[in-house]
Design a binder for this molecule. Sequence first.
Ligand code: GLY
Length: 462
Amino acid sequence: MFEASVYKNRRKELKERVWEGLILLPGNGDASSNYPANAYRFRQDSSFLYFFGLNMPGFAGVLDVDSGKEYLFGNDVDIDDIIWMGPQPKVKELGARVGITHTRPFAKLTELLKEAIAAGRKIHFLPPYRYRNMQLLEDLLGIHHAVLKQYASLELVQAVVSLRSVKEACEIEEITRACNIGYEMHTAAMKNCRPGVKEQYVAGLIEGIANSYGSMVSFPVILSQNGETLHNHDHSQILQKGRLMLTDAGAEAVSVYCSDFTRTVPVGGKFSTRQKDIYNIVLRCNNRALEVARPGVTYLSVHLEVCKVLAQGLKELGLMKGDTDAAISAGAHALFLPHGLGHMMGLDVHDMEDLGQIHVGYDEEIRPVPQFGTASLRMGRRLAPGFVVTDEPGCYFIPALIDQWRQQGLHKEFLNYDKIETFKDFGGIRLEDDVLITEDGCRLLGDKRVPITVKEVEDFMG
Ligand code: GLY
């Protein structure tokens, strides 16, 4: 938890960005796994956490924009809870820790909102994503859960996005902490990437590293020899010499700020020439993004610049052909890179994605591009100092996609299908770093960069 002044400032800024009415920010509750008392590990709602700082279930916050009053709703624990959970701070004390003086039992939330609704006041809320909170909002506001999203406040979404997009120094410290855990996870994966080891062993090991810091992973570990499957959560294979292992994983610090890295390494520690050729193209892509990302530049243009480096490299290897710019305009490169360069990162690994990607990664000036590949770019808008984005180019050989495009004769003026055919057993490579946009450029986050050049990886694994 940060100092109370951090949360007070954020709430003040939020109230200034919303015209009138009440802002309702429910926190998350516990979610049951297989019976009511067996809950998944608790994860707080990131916007509630951002403005109210309390990382525990059972709270809601309300900001009255017109009177300026700030409320925290939650229940003090009773003796039964104390028997099972130990002594817990009173809600009043928790409120004081984050600068709130008006604390109330949770049931009083209904009263406050009923009065506001009766007075015809606007209630702003964010699009809910958990059924418990949908049910709560339906009960409080009388809006059927199926249509709640339509009634979410765009004004509030835009205000929250404008604040959470620009990370404060204390947030960068926390993201750095998460990156340092990510460093340990990825170097442990490299050390254990040996022929005969099961993928699941490595995946479990690195998840345990996150957990050993009191944290959890920022999303389920992606780890596979079949790196061409972009989000591969199947860890059932035994690692085989000569193949590549792609690991896409990150940690949440105790504060739940995230990291997200991807490395692709050779099982057994040595890249083949063919692997090195593709790997170095992807590395050039990653480094190119670092050269061009700076305030004022759109991340869409950084993505397209990276696609150019990829297409140029593949042309040199004989996998692509024709004019590079024309190939990019046509979208031919997306056979190899069917996803975007990156996304915002912060309290969520895909920061604020619950608020709607269109509001987080795009704006009135920069609109999403519908073309296959670029359509998957989560972050396209102009960069500004304090933004944290991922830089995650890749190159994949997806047999089903190659077959489909070939059958359709798609982009055959730019794609050398006979040569591509010989790469169907290659898998995929992705190299991902976390990047802070600074006043005049950008910098990598984390105290040390996870080994990334061919030499660094081979030396480290050796
Ligand atoms: N690193 C996983 C993702 O960005 O979806």
